[in-house]
Design a binder for this molecule. Sequence first.
Ligand code: BDR
Ligand code: CA
Length: 307
Amino acid sequence: MKIIIDTDPGQDDAAAIFLALGSPELEVLGITTVAGNVPLALTAKNARIICEMAGRPDVRVFAGADKPLVRALVTAEHVHGKTGLDGPELFEPTMPLQEKHAVDFIVETIKAEESGTVTLCTIGPLTNIALALAPEIAKRVQQIVMMGGAYFEQGNVTPSAEFNVYVDPEAARDVFKSGIPIVMMPLDVTHKVLTTSVRTARIKETGTRAALALSEMLLFFERFDEEKYGTDGGPLHDPTTIAYLLKPELFQGRQCNVEIETKSELTRGASVVDWWQVSDRSHNALVIGDVDADGFFDLLTERIACL
Ligand code: BDR
Ligand code: CA
């Protein structure tokens, strides 16, 4: 499976990238970065640090949009720390940042590869993807597997919005209208994969450089949600997208209509999911609601042990 990972790392983004790089079924054509959890310069740097921690300095990393389509950037240092990747000791990456703009890379790659063979895994705000998706490009994309949105779970950045959609709601709206098959991992499912102390200890025990770094990242990352929700561990949002590609049988969902609120200031970035099919709006996404959480962590632990 050929994939492009569009990301704003982020500790949970790091877990997603490690899972992808540890999985021989996936060919990571490139990693594209976007402004989100922290500004673009940091997400482009963090993506390279993550590749080097995984022993994969050969992976190509491209920097993309430094702000949302029409709004000012909102970041999340209060969750991810000042660097976006707080936890382990960080370093200056030595692998180069590619010169090409991320959006050009996405467009050129989708044109160059056989139509219908490239999956976009999006784990940050959808700005790069919206900029790349002219109709002639959109029709060549196999699918988008995204972390974003929420329905019964409500929001994590406002009462009604999840962070990735909230940061660039116009981009998310355009992506849901693109006609590309979409698999959506909302908070409803990501809040079921908690980084409990037993699960993070198992990751750490595998002993690889990536596993040790990830366990330190998770210790930092989970403190915010543990305090907020009173749980053992925090939700590990982003690697659900990669896990879905590897083992879709771990997940359950249903085809729904999803629309994004862009007008209201109160509910900006709300993902309006017609879970109960009460509207006549047509289906545009497979919305995931359930997961075998132990199976998910078994997979993550097994693959991170291969790095
Ligand atoms: C999403 O927002 C970011 O903070 C995380 O990396 C994840 O992609 C969760 O709402
Ligand atoms: Ca992310």
